[in-house]
Ligand binder design. Sequence first.
Ligand SMILES: [Zn+2]
Length: 81
Amino acid sequence: MPLQYRHASTLAQVLLLTRPEELTCDQWLEEVPGYVELCVSGEQIPERFALLEHHLMICPECAEELAAMVTAVKTLGDSGK
Ligand SMILES: [Zn+2]
């Protein structure tokens, strides 16, 4: 039963990706400014941002949002020099 097996493994992946401690998009947005600064400065990302990074993997909208914010902050930084 290859088809059923594939469905089951997909379901398992979804269950693994949506854990109870998952951030909502709103929570993610509250946390992200500090993360953007670290991304732009190239500093190491602390462990406390692990959930935030995890959200990026499961939420393409927020991943796009982050990319836009990093670009915006970089642009601002460049014009400020
Ligand atoms: Zn999101």
